[in-house]
Design a protein around this ligand. Structure first.
Ligand SMILES: [Zn+2]
Ligand SMILES: [Zn+2]
Length: 421
């Protein structure tokens, strides 16, 4: 319990509050544990949607790469990718549990008090207004009187330095006697509520996004600048020349921990998010990372439209010719632009076409051998994503020939990996 009812009354008093532990969103799972579960659930759920799109070949027109490329260009099997992602999820969950162990209990009940604190700050800042206006030769008090006289009472009150004689409330003093004390003006409480419920959380999310982007950009870039770091850790992620959704967190476990887990962890801790906020933040970061590796340039995917960092942008970084560019991940591209590391090689559609043709040629060359070995004849229908050789490491058991419609329309790929609908 806390009460400020006996404080001096030149300012409206702050309301009393009672703290109670915040009930979990999904009982009996504590919120800080749910915040660890949701990103893993989101990762596999969103990945499975893309996997379904892949296997049913629902949007061949938006594919960045053909099924033939998926088969022939990646240097890792799907099974190894799943294994390493599961390992990363285990590591990030353990790290999260360690942080959660030191978490203090979250309480609720102080919201009205915190809004009033902001309202009080607004009131105090108004007190400086007459003095500031006098510096530029404005008689704030005279103007306030005139405004109030003409019906603009609130505006007059603001100019007078936060003077609202009609805003009063009854409070009980410690000795039980009721007395009239100043109250906040409606507009002060409205603005204070907005600051508390929307502006501060928006700042926290913005800060979190900036921390993750900055953390990932510099460490990712270092992984490419230092030969040992690249060979030992980061080269594993680059076995995927043709990224797909659930390959997003296919990393060396140490890199996964350092870049993804620690990055979002530092963002969470320094932004002072609540557990409920962190559920959104961790989950959205995860979904964005998956979307950046989905292999499709969708014109209607909001995640690909909000910022210019999207699957097409990051895909350039996964190509041998673009690997020294487009390091920024996962939200914005400003670090690449600021430090001049964004792709500047011009139109990429020819490069994509070359890789596509080379993969198709390899597949065609392998086809007769595979057909003879396995007794499967070429049916002209793409089964690449259904094939057990999705990895491209081994010869296909089924012969697969990409249909022409699986080839991304070259006009969809323009300079810098940005895509046109
Ligand atoms: Zn890289
Ligand atoms: Zn990647």
């Amino acid at each position: 319990m806390a009460s400020n009812a006996s404080a001096p009354f030149d300012l409206p008093p702050l309301p009393a509050y009672t703290l109670t532990p915040r009930p979990p969103l999904l009982p009996p799972i504590p919120d800080n544990i749910l915040a660890l579960i949701l990103p893993v659930v989101a990762y596999w759920s969103v990945s499975m949607i893309f996997y379904y799109i892949d296997t049913k070949d629902l949007f061949p027109q938006y594919r960045l790469h053909t099924p033939a490329e998926l088969l022939k260009r990646n240097h890792v099997s799907r099974r190894d990718v799943v294994r390493d992602v599961i390992l990363q999820h285990i590591i990030q969950t353990i790290a999260g549990l360690v942080v959660a162990y030191f978490d203090s209990t979250e309480y609720t009940g102080k919201e009205e008090y915190d809004v009033a604190v902001w309202a009080r700050r607004i009131r105090i800042s108004q007190k400086a207004l007459p003095g500031l206006l006098s510096v530029v030769g404005v008689d704030a008090m005279g103007l306030a009187k005139k405004l109030a006289h003409n019906g603009f009472v609130t505006l007059g009150g603001v100019l007078a330095g936060g003077y609202y004689p009609s805003a009063v409330q009854k409070v009980a003093l410690d000795n039980g006697v009721e007395t009239l004390v100043p109250a906040f003006a409606d507009w002060e409480l409205t603005v204070a509520s907005f600051i508390y419920w929307y502006f501060i959380p928006a700042l926290q999310f913005t800060w979190g996004v900036l921390v993750v982007d900055t953390w990932q950009y510099f460490l990712h870039r270092a992984m490419h600048q230092n030969r040992w770091l690249y060979a030992t850790f980061h080269s594993r992620h680059h076995r995927l020349y043709v990224p797909y959704a659930f390959g997003a967190l296919y990393n060396h476990p140490f890199e996964g921990f350092l870049l993804d887990t620690a990055g979002t962890g530092v963002a969470f801790l320094t932004s002072m998010m609540t557990n409920r906020q962190s559920m959104w933040f961790f989950t959205m970061s995860t979904i964005k990372t998956v979307d950046d590796h989905c292999g499709y340039a969708f014109p209607w995917d909001p995640l690909q439209k909000i910022t210019s960092n999207n699957a097409a942008y990051h895909d350039i970084h996964h190509q041998s010719w673009g690997i020294k560019t487009n390091f920024a991940q996962p939200f914005f591209t400003f670090w690449d632009k600021l430090l001049d590391t964004n792709w500047k090689g011009g139109d990429v559609k020819l490069r994509y076409a070359r890789a596509r043709d080379a993969a198709q040629k390899k597949l065609d060359e392998d086809a007769p051998t595979a057909a003879n070995t396995n007794g499967v004849t070429t049916n002209g229908k793409s089964t690449a994503t259904e094939s057990s050789n999705f990895n491209g490491n081994t010869k296909p058991q089924k012969t697969t020939t990409a249909l022409p419609e699986n080839v991304p329309t070259p006009k969809n790929l323009v300079t810098n990996g940005a895509t046109k609908a």
